[in-house]
Design a protein around this ligand. Structure first.
Ligand SMILES: C[S@@+](CC[C@H](N)C(=O)[O-])C[C@H]1O[C@@H](n2cnc3c(N)ncnc32)[C@H](O)[C@@H]1O
Length: 192
């Protein structure tokens, strides 16, 4: 009886410590240029539906935070390999910890500015407008021709005949928000 009691107390302490440390890691991310602001479940579902993920697709979340988008993808498409890159090492450690039961979820500690996007054709970006504007040219240059990018921001000044952009609106908590579906060569197909 005593042992059972102490096991429960230990689990309680470990859980409390985990959540305390996790909250601390999220709080310190606000001192970064781009903090960790998780996306709502409904918005994640909507963004993933816009990517039209099929077998053989390679999914990437740029700035994956605690890995929730990557986990959502592998839960919905168990045959797809999903990767997240996150430059906050501590946050990525928590992402990995929460994804131990998802073997297809690859959570890498990497800087988005120096990452090679070559093998990814389904990309999700939820970052600041400034960072997206800086990153998008590299992503468009690196990715295969059939790549589809769903982004929380798109700068109209970037419009060119070589890319197709569609704004998709959704409502969340009474507010209208948008994702931008960006394709190369105006191509909406994602067949590989
Ligand atoms: C707004 S959060 C999005 C988190 C996640 N994608 C989601 O939707 O829940 C942006 C994330 O990008 C990460 N980040 C910021 N700059 C980065 C960079 N240069 N390379 C990789 N990750 C970065 C931040 O640490 C943060 O976790």
């Amino acid at each position: 009886m005593d042992l059972f009691y102490w096991i429960i107390v230990l689990i309680g302490y470990l859980t409390a410590f985990y959540f305390l440390f996790y909250s601390f890691v999220i709080a310190i991310s606000f001192f970064q240029q781009v903090p960790f602001v998780p996306l709502e479940k409904q918005a994640i579902k909507f963004a993933i539906s816009l990517l039209n993920i099929t077998k053989d697709d390679m999914f990437l979340d740029v700035g994956s935070g605690d890995g929730r988008v990557v986990r959502r993808v592998v839960r919905s498409f168990p045959y797809v390999s999903a990767t997240g890159i996150e430059y906050n090492k501590l946050l990525n450690y928590f992402a990995k910890l929460q994804s131990v039961f998802y073997p297809n979820a690859n959570l890498l500690s990497h800087d988005a500015y120096t990452f090679s996007y070559k093998k990814y054709n389904k990309i999700f970006i939820y970052l600041t407008s400034d960072m997206i504007s800086k990153l998008l040219p590299k992503i468009l240059k690196d990715t295969p021709d059939d790549a589809v990018i769903v982004s929380s921001y798109f700068s109209p000044e970037y419009t060119s005949s070589k890319i197709g952009v569609t704004e998709k609106k959704y409502r969340i908590n009474g507010k209208i928000k948008s994702f931008f579906v960006i394709t190369k060569n105006g191509n909406r197909s994602s067949k590989r």
